[in-house]
Design a protein around this ligand. Structure first.
Ligand SMILES: [Zn+2]
Length: 76
């Protein structure tokens, strides 16, 4: 099977961009009100959940560091 050269180019650019984004660490913040997901922020930490903070509000921060994963995997 032959891969179209254009597709390969696009895939390489997409991977490069993805790597650049994740190399420095990508932080995703999810704001929950009880079990309900209110909002998602990318690379932003806001303390706000609901417009008026309530006892059920809590924030989940997820950090991706793909570069570290690659480095750790190569050491094994
Ligand atoms: Zn809330």
């Amino acid at each position: 099977m032959k891969i179209h050269p254009m597709f390969r180019k696009v895939a390489n650019i997409a991977f490069a961009l993805f790597f650049l984004m994740t190399a420095s660490g990508l932080t995703i913040q999810e704001n929950f009100c009880y079990d309900k997901l209110i909002s998602v922020f990318i690379d932003k930490t806001s303390e706000k959940c609901c417009d008026t903070p309530c006892p059920g509000c809590h924030i989940k921060v997820v950090t991706f560091k793909i570069a570290d994963t690659f480095l750790n995997a190569s050491k094994k």
